[in-house]
Design a protein around this ligand. Structure first.
Ligand SMILES: [Zn+2]
Length: 75
């Protein structure tokens, strides 16, 4: 018998869901702050990309009503 080998469903690469506040870059390992820049448009919650302010790497998404921006943590 020739059994059909079941392959798991291919899933689109899921990026982690981040939260506002302190995050750590998955690439350079530095800590940064993700902040929400609220827009005057209620009800527009959406996924916003979180970009490392040090190396520019996309780290994941936050689900917020506005625009996310990141800043370095000054030590
Ligand atoms: Zn980085």
């Amino acid at each position: 018998m020739n059994h059909f080998t079941k392959t798991p469903n291919e899933q689109p690469q899921k990026m982690p869901r981040l939260s506002l506040g302190k995050n750590t870059c998955s690439k350079c390992g530095k800590d940064f702050i993700a902040e929400e820049n609220k827009l005057a448009m209620p009800g527009t919650k959406d996924l916003e990309s979180v970009i490392c302010p040090y190396c520019g790497t996309y780290n994941g998404d936050v689900f917020i009503n506005g625009i996310v921006f990141t800043r370095k943590i000054d030590q």
